[in-house]
Design a protein around this ligand. Structure first.
Ligand SMILES: [Zn+2]
Ligand SMILES: [Zn+2]
Length: 476
């Protein structure tokens, strides 16, 4: 119902202009009319004015109606993207779809930023610059949802390995939302003033895409630096609910590879070799003591070893083993405790195994992001605007920050200008969610699991959430 209010307000502004024009025209006409004709004309004018003031919005349909009218097209786009997932910096097909659609709508489009990044700009008079970001990449996860439009694709990673791929984090929904929002914002451009920037970002999963777009000089290439940066992420809570809290919302994170070198040899003579697999295995267990023994109990941190790669034959001790680590933290102090601890454990293992200095483990730092902070006044403003749409009971603003991380705000890091809001949008089937809660689970599935799924009802609702938030931001 709030959209009707919005349209009515805007319509009244428009109608006031019409009224003024009518009065001016009338004065010109009256100069040449008799008294009787004048009275008749006044009555006619009064009727006209009343009709105009009580007219429903003519310039735009309510956002809800527009989102649902576009829903069949958007669901097709979503299914197509879901069936054709692409890994970070390889989102050529996805970015092509985004660029084509934004161009068709009339946006000024810049493509090829950090390989696959796309930006669409719409300058619509004096007002704030608002950037909406959607990430495009998928995960190297095998889909197990059994959905009729499930991904069966594989892709070659940078290291040449062929992996199953899936949108297990909902970035397919993010892109779809953006295209739906773009269409409505364009149709409603007489209802807001300013510059709207849609940004399709590559490679969020490795947390390198946002920095890559900035480093590829997107701001020098004509992308305006935003006053506001807004983004939405799918989350496995029920469709119809969102999490939009103030302050720190996501953790800082590092991704690093540790290579343990040994001396390879025959599986039958370990005494002649130095086994990097045993070293890596020891390291995994010792790393966990950094969380349980090195961090103060009040501080939070996560250390996950997501992959160990070594050797290929049963009877060969390989020359090296690679452990792929992932850290999460909220303070620089915690981060340093973890990084220094990892180095100490690595060195300790090398010394304990009698390795020469040149064979001590090496760390490859692959990416780093800082905690994402939501701007308190902006969060409150957006939550207020979303309350009529979602209901106050479905807007969670006081949940603790999540340990997941985002590179979203690295698009504007350090410019001292932009304020951000990043919200988590419920996309789980409400029935499945309710059942999970009854069973004592937090959610029916989680991001990055092969069974992660976005309920199709979340597509048009996400579009409404996005449009409502953007219109509210432009309102200043
Ligand atoms: Zn993810
Ligand atoms: Zn994600």
């Amino acid at each position: 119902m709030k959209f009707l209010n919005l349209n009515l307000n805007l319509n009244l502004n428009l109608n006031l202009n019409l009224i003024l024009n009518l009065i001016l025209n009338l004065i010109l006409i009256l100069k040449n009319l008799s008294m009787k004709t004048m009275t008749k004309t006044f009555i006619l004018l009064k009727v006209c004015l009343l009709a105009i003031l009580t007219l429903p919005a003519q310039t735009s349909k309510p956002v809800k109606e527009m989102a649902y009218a576009d829903s069949p097209r958007l669901v097709e786009i979503f299914k197509d993207l879901h069936q054709n997932p692409e890994l970070g910096f390889l989102e050529f097909r996805t970015s092509g779809i985004v660029a084509k659609e934004l161009k068709t709508l009339g946006f000024e489009v810049i493509t090829g930023i950090a390989k696959t990044g796309v930006v669409g700009v719409l300058k619509n008079g004096e007002g704030p610059i608002v950037m909406y970001r959607a990430d495009m990449d998928c995960n190297s996860v095998k889909e197990t949802t059994g959905l009729p439009y499930a991904s069966v694709k594989t892709m070659k990673k940078e290291d040449g390995t062929e992996v199953p791929v899936m949108h297990a984090c909902g970035h397919d929904a993010h892109v779809t939302w953006m295209l739906g929002i773009a269409r409505i914002m364009m149709a409603l451009r007489d209802q807001w003033k300013g510059t709207l920037v849609f940004l399709a970002q590559p490679a969020e999963e490795p947390m390198t895409g946002a920095k890559a777009m900035v480093n590829d000089k997107m701001y020098e290439k004509g992308v305006p630096i935003p006053d506001y940066l807004f983004g939405m992420h799918t989350w496995p809570i029920a469709v119809g609910s969102i999490i939009n809290g103030t302050g720190e919302r996501t953790s800082g994170s590092d991704q690093l590879d540790v290579t343990f070198y040994g001396i390879g040899g025959h599986g039958s003579t370990p005494e002649l070799a130095i086994d990097p697999i045993v070293m890596a295995s020891n390291a995994v267990l010792q790393y966990q003591t950094l969380i349980s023994r090195s961090l103060p109990a009040q501080d939070v941190g996560v250390l996950t070893v997501g992959s160990i790669q070594a050797g290929s034959d049963n009877n060969v001790i390989p020359a090296y083993a690679v452990a792929k680590l992932n850290l999460r933290w909220f303070t620089e102090k915690t981060r340093n405790t973890l990084l220094e601890g990892i180095k100490r454990i690595n060195e300790g293992l090398a010394v304990a195994n009698g390795l020469p200095h040149e064979l001590h483990p090496k760390i490859l730092m692959k990416s780093n992001v800082f905690p994402q902070v939501n701007h308190t006044p902006l969060v409150r403003k957006i939550n207020n605007a979303l309350t009529p749409l979602l209901g106050p009971e479905n807007i969670f603003s006081d949940t603790p920050p999540i340990m997941a991380s985002e590179d979203f705000y690295h698009l504007v890091l350090g410019n001292n200008k932009t304020t951000c809001d990043f919200i988590l949008v419920g996309t789980a089937d409400p029935e499945l969610y309710a059942q999970a809660v009854r069973e004592g689970k937090r959610a029916p599935f989680f991001n990055h699991n092969g069974n992660y799924q976005v309920d199709l009802a979340g597509i048009p609702l996400g579009v409404q959430i996005g449009v409502t938030a953007l219109l509210e931001i432009f309102r200043k």
